[in-house]
Design a protein around this ligand. Sequence first.
Ligand SMILES: NC(=O)c1ccc[n+]([C@@H]2O[C@H](COP(=O)([O-])OP(=O)(O)OC[C@H]3O[C@@H](n4cnc5c(N)ncnc54)[C@H](OP(=O)(O)O)[C@@H]3O)[C@@H](O)[C@H]2O)c1
Length: 267
Amino acid sequence: MKRFEGKVVLVTGGNRNTGIEISDLFIREGAKVFLCGSTPASTEKGESILRARGHDGFTAIPCNIADIAQVNALFDQIERDAGRLDILVNNAANQGIGHGTPLEMSPDRLLEVLQTNVIGGFQVTQQACNRFFLKQEVNPATGQKGVIVFLGSNVSMRAIRNRTAYVTSKGGIDAMVRSLALDLGPLGIRVNEVAPGYIYTERWDVLDEKIKARRRLNCPLRKEAMGSDIAEAVAFLASDAARNIGGERLVVDAGCSAQHMPEDVDF
Ligand SMILES: NC(=O)c1ccc[n+]([C@@H]2O[C@H](COP(=O)([O-])OP(=O)(O)OC[C@H]3O[C@@H](n4cnc5c(N)ncnc54)[C@H](OP(=O)(O)O)[C@@H]3O)[C@@H](O)[C@H]2O)c1
């Protein structure tokens, strides 16, 4: 039997890069997957990539998670099509790239990033709990009704330069995961986080090989994650095997944040 046979899963930002690999893994493992990108065009693109990989066990619905009306409409469709939800993966993120230094960044940029990464993740979580998890039967293998996995980042503990909005949002996710785990755990909802480091995405395709090599030197394991590596960690935390793990932050960064200094500046 496949690991997620009979489960219904929602992956926000499940249309490209890491998110599409998370969607792909859950589909291959037998789940019925709902995924969203922020626009109809980006969502359709993700849908055609998954169809080209031979998948049909999924539904792609555009949804800007920063907009509560669109979040409501997404959950209306899940209710009509599946009538339940077992696992929520809060993966969608505004990367907040190109905002400049914190001295020149407009506060509006900060609000925009928080609106997707923190408020967006929160309002999707609230709908998943109120509309599905709390009303559902207990999974006999875990004694729980629903599972939530957030995507954080290792930058919440060790910041990167000129990404104040993004770094702040990921710190907010760390804290929100702990807070939700306390309040929702007794209600049968298990909440955890995967905190990646470098992930190979389409943004790496255009990088100079020297930059890629320098980034790999930052990693004790000498390799950035592929989207599929992150998907495996998400699947573990979402699975029945992780039934006693709550409010935890699983770092998947090739050992990057275990070190004080990268090798070439150490002495
Ligand atoms: N890449 C890394 O090195 C790295 C490192 C650490 C943590 N992470 C975290 O891992 C997760 C995946 O990263 P990634 O690099 O694969 O992400 P990405 O390439 O930046 O893709 C972001 C995804 O989120 C969606 N999204 C953005 N704003 C949205 C909104 N308002 N409503 C709905 N969807 C929205 C995008 O949809 P569209 O296609 O419509 O834009 C896209 O699917 C993120 O949470 C990220 O913060 C990534």
